[in-house]
Design a protein around this ligand. Structure first.
Ligand SMILES: CC(C)(COP(=O)(O)OP(=O)(O)OC[C@H]1O[C@@H](n2cnc3c(N)ncnc32)[C@H](O)[C@@H]1OP(=O)(O)O)[C@@H](O)C(=O)NCCC(=O)NCCS
Length: 143
């Protein structure tokens, strides 16, 4: 298994991984152009793990200069519970720390039981003091 930076050429394989993983929402923001923009805006923060054949895990991470944000942490079912999820977010947190960013957020669907168990088991704190509001500036139903 090999952990390496995510590349634009990974996009097709990543979309396949997103589409076949329950709990992961595929949005307009996962288009090729948007993914390349994200990777280029956030160098050293987006990773995949591959075996000889395919991508088996990934994580996307960015920051706004103040806080870090994780998204799309995914490990293929056959490879779960071997520490790959923790390895991927740990690499991201370490890169963020080098940029001076010590606090990171992740948005998790309330009905994603596996993910909620995972983050809590890794010491991430569930917030009950924050409401998340979103606004869509386009006509897309899937922004
Ligand atoms: C969440 C996810 C990334 C975890 O990846 P992973 O490689 O299995 O995680 P790790 O091996 O690093 O950590 C495993 C630990 O997380 C917790 N955990 C993982 N899966 C769990 C499950 N199904 N039920 C309860 N706890 C679970 C446990 O504490 C587990 O430790 P254990 O093996 O000693 O029981 C993976 O399950 C996944 O890809 N899920 C689908 C995509 C997704 O929902 N991503 C998160 C979006 S926010």
């Amino acid at each position: 298994m090999n952990l390496r930076p995510m590349l634009p050429t990974d996009h097709t394989d990543l979309i396949r991984l997103f589409k076949t993983t329950p709990g992961v929402a595929l949005r307009d923001a996962d288009s090729y152009e948007a993914t390349v923009r994200y990777i280029e805006r956030n160098p050293g923060l987006n990773f995949i793990i591959e075996d000889e054949k395919e991508i088996i895990a990934c994580v996307m991470c960015g920051h706004d200069g103040r806080r870090g944000y994780l998204q799309h942490l995914i490990v293929k079912p056959d490879y779960r519970k071997k520490g790959l999820g923790e390895k991927l977010f740990t690499v991201c947190l370490s890169s963020l720390r080098q940029l001076g960013i010590d606090k990171t957020h992740i948005f998790v669907f309330k009905d994603n039981g596996i993910a909620n168990s995972f983050w809590q088991s890794k010491g991430w704190v569930l917030r009950d003091d924050v409401n998340l509001y979103s606004y869509i500036s386009s006509n897309s139903a899937n922004a």
